[in-house]
Write a protein that binds this ligand. Structure first.
Ligand code: BGC
Length: 745
């Protein structure tokens, strides 16, 4: 053996000894539980307290002495928020944190395409990873109970089944990157108006059938690593430390093994936070913080106040250890995960994913006489009207506001697509909200226009005369009182006199297309006068390209509404029977807790319009295509089923038009006779199929007792009553093409 070999051998032995001495918590080959217990055993009381609350606006510390890294969180849910200062909401002024903006979650839900949901999660997870974030504050899955809720655009619609199916792949896609999702806002957080003092009161049946399924699926099927408590109260207790929601349901019934994160400033009481399952406190507005004390985070409910209670013997350390375990598990899964990929930002794949989701999520609501797609060979001049054709939509809306690398506006998208061949003119039409700033990120657009309403309309009408198409791009925006956090809309109508502009335009040009940019349903009193309407959502960086591609027919629209468009607010259960207080005089000035009884119970969205036999403006699941699909008869593989059986439902769907297209085929189930009121029908399956012209495919669904049961609040269990059921298959909840009856024994 020569000296060289001896040296090599010695080094190897030394390295092996080092490795062997590696503490268990650092050894990725050990189980999570072993690592957690080992780390916990080495931590001091002060270190344990430190890891359960924030150290800055968006981060929490690890255990520096032990080399355990902290956690960096980021909004969410449509792109990675720019860096802010340590203690402030203001921008840190970095120049390398401009992200790619994906379409809003309403648009994702409107694709009815679970593969795209996975791709969305994977891509946004990569962006988070590249920016060294460990926890993505999203997705949001609160149910759209009222179209006035300012945050519906961050959620996945009105139906528990659709949102549950769509959220699972998103979660899996994100977490593949070693980045945790933080599913929000758990739970029954259905309005922004008085969001800190709204106390939701509802039946267990409504809770379990409508408001919880998407959260449950994210936890049990998606394997979500964190969940965020809502700002509101449920049954008298704030959701961030609500025993029923967090201890009984989330941990007890669903077996959640992740960490519960408070919403920013959603913690209100140390005792409740200790007992009721909160693990990580963020964003509390303590006196210390507002007066700028440097270590203000020590004043958090789960900081010194907690430590003091332990030192004074008022509480033990059992709950603390459990919280620390949950946080350590999160750290090992994310920031201390040595196997995670590196991520990517603004990659070509992210761009194409964003565009694809936009194209598939845009909903063609109306297309009379097939005026769309635009025939670029025949059109000579297109007039584009409306503020939303030019306004940046990625800045604003609250915490989901972004600093993007680019955002293609609808006008630029149309110019890019048709430019050269077709003359594209633009008229403002109306002035909405000219601001474009959020926490120091500025859109940089100057949208000021001092002309009067009459002057703006006159200009648009003048230019509309003789145009081959007029494309009005309006809707809502991300300013307070529109689609924006911390406020609700005041009504269903479009703001800024847009109804008037549209009505006048319809008089002078028959080829009028209205593109509604919003995350909520809006009233359309002019619908009979306008031949074509598109629901355009907030489409992110690729907005203009996705819209132009659908308008031009490069992409055949296949989006379907994830919520009902009612004609009027009275057609919404929450408004008709209550309770919702946002637009009720006298409530604006209240600072006390506001009880909000969900008297609409399980009858949310189409469940309400079906029950009341109300014809909506556009039903849940509605969306047209440039081709058409015929449906064959619906059949089942058996006529009767035992509760333990599954039943296959099949239907043949054929593309009978001349273009390739996709159809989201929907399966609803109806209980023909029940011992209690049940919805007329409920979505229990959907599949998106791609069909070439003339092509036919058999679409099959499988249902089991979970699709047929209701939640019995008294027995606290899901109940399947024997008897006759119907499987209804259709193109929307308002367009059922076939049905078949079967018996449950
Ligand atoms: C919002 C959350 C968000 C958090 C951090 C809160 O105001 O409700 O959704 O994740 O701020 O920005």
């Amino acid at each position: 053996m020569n000296v060289r070999n001896i040296l090599i051998g010695g080094c190897a032995l030394f390295a092996f000894q080092l490795y062997a001495q590696q503490p268990v918590y650092m050894d990725k080959n050990k189980s999570l539980d072993e690592r957690v217990e080992d780390a916990l055993g080495r931590m001091t009381l002060e270190e344990k307290i430190a890891v359960i609350h924030a150290q800055s606006k968006f981060s929490s510390p690890g255990v520096p002495r032990l080399g355990i890294p902290g956690l960096w969180t980021t909004d969410g849910p449509h792109g990675i928020r720019p860096e802010v200062l340590w203690d402030e909401w203001d921008q840190a002024g970095w120049t390398n944190d401009s992200c790619f903006a994906f379409p809003a979650l309403t648009c994702l839900a409107a694709t009815w395409n679970t593969d795209l949901s996975y791709l969305y999660g994977k891509s946004i997870g990569e962006e988070a990873r590249y920016r060294n974030k460990d926890v993505l504050l999203g997705p949001g899955v609160n149910i759209c109970r009222t179209p006035l809720n300012g945050r519906n655009f961050e959620y996945m619609g009105e139906d528990p089944y659709l949102s549950a199916k769509m959220v699972v792949p998103y979660v899996q896609g994100v977490q593949k990157n070693g980045v945790a999702v933080c599913v929000k806002h758990y739970a029954v957080n259905n309005n922004e108006f008085k969001r800190h003092t709204t106390n939701a009161i509802l039946s267990d049946r409504a809770l379990y059938e409508i408001y919880l399924p998407a959260f449950k699926a994210a936890v049990q099927e998606g394997g979500a690593w964190t969940i965020m408590g809502g700002y509101n109260l449920y049954d008298g207790e704030h959701c961030c430390h609500n025993k029923r929601l967090l201890v009984d349901i989330l941990r007890g019934e669903w077996g959640f093994d992740g960490a519960v994160v408070s919403d920013w400033g959603g913690t209100h009481d140390t005792g409740q936070a200790i007992r009721n399952g909160l693990d990580l406190e963020f964003g509390s507005w303590t006196n210390g913080l507002s007066s700028g004390t440097s270590n203000a985070y020590d004043n958090y409910f789960m900081a010194y106040p907690y430590l003091k209670m332990i030192r004074e013997g008022k509480v033990g350390t059992e709950e603390l250890d459990q919280k620390v375990r949950n946080v350590l598990r999160l750290i090992f899964r994310t920031s201390m995960n040595a196997d995670k990929p590196f991520g990517a930002m603004n990659s070509a794949e992210h761009v194409s994913t964003g565009r694809m989701i936009g194209e598939e999520g845009i909903v063609l609501l109306k297309n009379q006489d097939g005026i769309l797609p635009i025939d670029a060979d025949k059109a000579k001049r297109i007039l584009v009207v409306g503020e939303n054709a030019v306004k940046m939509m990625t800045v604003g809306g609250g915490s989901s506001s972004l600093k993007v690398k680019y955002e293609m506006s609808p006008l630029d998208g149309l110019r890019k697509r048709f430019g050269g061949k077709v003359q594209i003119d633009y008229a403002r039409g109306y002035v909405g909200d000219t601001s474009g700033e959020y926490n120091g990120v500025v859109s940089g657009q100057n949208l000021e226009d001092s002309r009067s309403e009459e002057e703006l309309i006159a200009e648009a009408l003048d230019m509309a005369d003789g145009a081959d198409y007029v494309i009005f791009v309006g809707g809502l925006n991300k300013s307070a009182g529109q689609d924006c956090e911390d406020s609700d809309r005041s009504g269903l109508q479009l703001p800024y006199s847009q109804d008037k502009v549209i009505t006048e335009l319809a008089k002078v040009n028959k080829k009028l297309v209205v593109v509604n940019i919003s995350g909520n349903a809006v009233a359309m009193p002019w619908i009979d006068k306008v031949p074509a309407v598109l629901q355009g959502w907030y489409l992110g960086s690729e907005a203009g390209n996705a819209l132009a591609s659908v308008l031009a027919g490069d992409a055949n629209p296949s989006g379907k509404l994830p919520f009902t468009f009612p004609v009027a607010l009275e057609d919404v259960g929450a408004h008709k029977v209550g309770e919702y207080w946002g637009n009720v005089p006298g409530y604006e000035s209240r600072n006390d807790t506001i009880d909000t009884a969900y008297k609409d119970d399980i009858f949310v969205g189409y469940r309400w319009t079906d029950k009341e036999k109300i014809k909506p403006l556009f039903p849940f699941g509605h969306g047209l295509s440039y081709t058409s699909f015929s449906y064959g008869g619906v059949s089942t593989d058996r006529k009767t089923m035992a509760p333990s059986d599954t039943l296959a439902v099949s239907v043949k769907v054929k593309n009978i038009g001349t273009r390739a297209g996709k159809e989201a085929v929907q399966l609803y189930v109806r209980d023909k006779k029940a011992s209690l009121p049940r919805p007329v029908k409920e979505l229990k399956g959907f599949k998106k199929v791609h069909l070439l012209p003339g092509e036919e495919k058999t679409v099959s669904f499988r249902i089991d007792k979970s699709a047929l049961s209701f939640f019995d609040g008294e027995k606290h269990e899901w109940v399947l009553e024997p008897g006759a059921f119907e499987a209804l298959v259709g193109s929307s909840s308002g367009d059922i093409r076939g049905k078949v009856t079967f018996e449950v024994e």
